[in-house]
Ligand binder design. Structure first.
Ligand code: CAA
Length: 261
């Protein structure tokens, strides 16, 4: 499929989706949202994709938010609500994908760009990355999940601080807050992301999927229900060939070869 606003590449153990609008800091217009949806359809149709990496084209930005020139044209509250719901659905789809999603944040991740990054499973940042929710400076607020996902990671008042001030945080601050899992030199970011994707792709896919699902669902519920979910997922994994392979390989002192069965 031909895309105008993104590129989609597949390699050994990784798929790389790059938002490709560098002249506007990779801002997300509606065409870009649509193309990301189509790319996810493509990725999901190919069963053996491994992990998905999202990145922004160029040197400066991951994604600098929703496209403000398009936002300015919105005529009514219901148009704006529809757009927010669409972006939220798309980011939730990413969050719930059955494969790991790695965000490779090479520069500005602002507004909708920060919200996009927050829907990933693992965030790698370059030393130049900057995160923030500057919507307040536009007289609005985050609309693609920022008020909900950030608070779950950093707590209520820290989330309020960043959403209310619009202040940016650098990569090290994001690391300290637990938003980012690793900070690497800019030149190494994509290699690092591909290496991590390949590492995850070599793990047992069903176990990976259950880990992701159990953590995502568990954080939305109380501890007792979360623990039940964990026990039931743990139990289900004992039906898989991969658990026999993993345990046999350990006892036979060899590397396991998982098949996702
Ligand atoms: N939408 C549309 N265009 C954007 C954009 C955006 N979000 N961000 C940057 N651009 C455009 C600029 O207008 C500029 O275009 P021209 O060359 O035609 O003037 C070009 O990208 C380069 O940007 P700057 O000249 O501003 O570059 P800079 O290096 O001085 O600053 C920046 C970079 C800090 C990212 C700055 O561009 C900026 O603050 N961008 C806006 C960030 C923002 O407010 N994001 C929130 C958007 S609203 C949102 O996301 C709502 C939601 O939750 C769904």
């Amino acid at each position: 499929m031909e895309f105008n606003q993104i590129t989609l590449e597949m390699g050994d153990g990784w798929t790389l989706l790059t938002i490709n609008r560098p002249t506007v800091m990779n801002a997300l217009n509606q065409e870009t949202l649509r193309e990301i949806e189509q790319a996810l359809d493509q990725v999901e149709a190919q069963k053996k994709t491994g992990a998905l990496i999202l990145a922004g084209a160029g040197e400066k930005a991951f994604v600098a938010g929703a496209d403000i020139s398009e936002l300015r044209q919105l005529q009514s509250a219901s148009d704006a609500e529809r757009l927010a719901s669409w972006g939220q659905r798309l980011f939730s789809r990413l969050e719930e994908m059955p494969i790991p999603v790695i965000m490779a944040v090479n520069g500005y991740a602002l507004g909708g760009g920060f919200e996009l990054a927050l829907s990933g499973d693992i965030l790698l940042a370059s030393e130049r990355a900057q995160f923030g929710l500057p919507e307040i400076h536009l007289g609005v607020m985050p609309g693609y999940g920022g008020t909900q996902r950030l608070v779950r990671l950093v707590g209520k008042n820290t989330a309020k601080y960043y959403a209310m001030t619009g202040e940016r945080m650098d990569a090290d601050t994001a690391l300290q807050l637990g938003i980012v899992q690793k900070v690497v030199p800019s030149a190494d970011l994509l290699q690092e992301a591909k290496g991590l994707a390949a590492q995850l792709t070599a793990q047992a896919p069903i176990a990976l999927r259950y880990i992701k699902q159990t953590i995502n669902q568990g954080i939305e519920t109380d501890l007792r229900t979360g623990l039940q979910l964990e026990a039931s997922s743990f139990g289900l994994l004992f039906h898989t060939q991969d658990r026999m392979e993993g345990m046999n390989a350990f006892l036979e002192k060899r590397k396991p070869s998982f098949r996702g069965e």
